[in-house]
Design a protein around this ligand. Sequence first.
Ligand code: MEV
Length: 331
Amino acid sequence: MTVSSAPGKVYLFGEHAVVYGEPAVPCAIERRARVTVERRDDDRVRVNADDLSLDGFTVAWGGEGDDAPELDVPTNLLEAAMGYIDGAVAQARDAADAPDAGLDITVESDIPLGAGLGSSAAVVVAGIDAATRELGAAIADEALAERAFQVEHEVQDGQASPADTFCSTMGGAVRVQGEDRRRIDDVGSLPFVVGYDGGAGDTGELVAGVRDLRDRHVFAADTVEAIGDLVREGETLLRGEDTPLDELGGLMNFNHGLLSALGVSARSLDSMVWAARESGAYGAKLTGAGGGGCIVALDDSEGSKTALDYTPGCEEAFRAELDTDGVRRES
Ligand code: MEV
């Protein structure tokens, strides 16, 4: 039996724009997906996902006579979850040169699905890592990040950037711009607070919406470029012990405004952003694809968390520490 875990993430800056070659700075947070893999004697794959912030499901496939599973969970999320796990299995079989290997897979995650915290990337990274090692092969972090990106890219119909999977593999704060992907060292304290509306956005649809706007309007393309400019300014503030949280927060606010202009915010996200700002946060923005899900605020006081706890539409608020570990080989 082999176990790996990988962290979720928040975007300090740059989601959506990163899809078009602008830089982004995602930061891993201490919320993890853990995947346990055990080799089977046959060629089947059995997945048990009791805790994906869905109602939990068990699915077996491969081999003869598979029926579509009957499950009481939103179909789009289930299909996506199965697509990610299926993709991770294919990558691990390929990496270990074991095309017919059967696997029992258990997925546990405390990252809400589809909510902008990188749940799918974390499941895919941990899944490929655990399955590859269970099949007797080693996998380096760079290769793991690349394989995980291939899975996200495929499941999200070619709309995904490598930012989520790279961040989940490497941990800490990272900078991603096209092929240039690296960890940012010596990042000071980043007091994140996350607000979650209990919902999820459809990443593929949201990315396609931004692409369409950008293709049709020069000002939308300029907005995407402006996000890139803001990220370049923001990343220089990150290094060193005395992180200027007020300046970083100001850029987060600006970033949220630009994402709103691109049509990817939502009423629940705006309410949470304003609740955090009005209760003392240095700044707040949506994180991830948007449409619903999570916001991230920067606040070293208790103000934002308390305000979010009482904000209608906010289902859960929690403090999230930067996780300097990426993929963790647990056993
Ligand atoms: C989704 O977590 C982040 C997006 O930028 C898409 C991507 O980078 O793959 C919206």
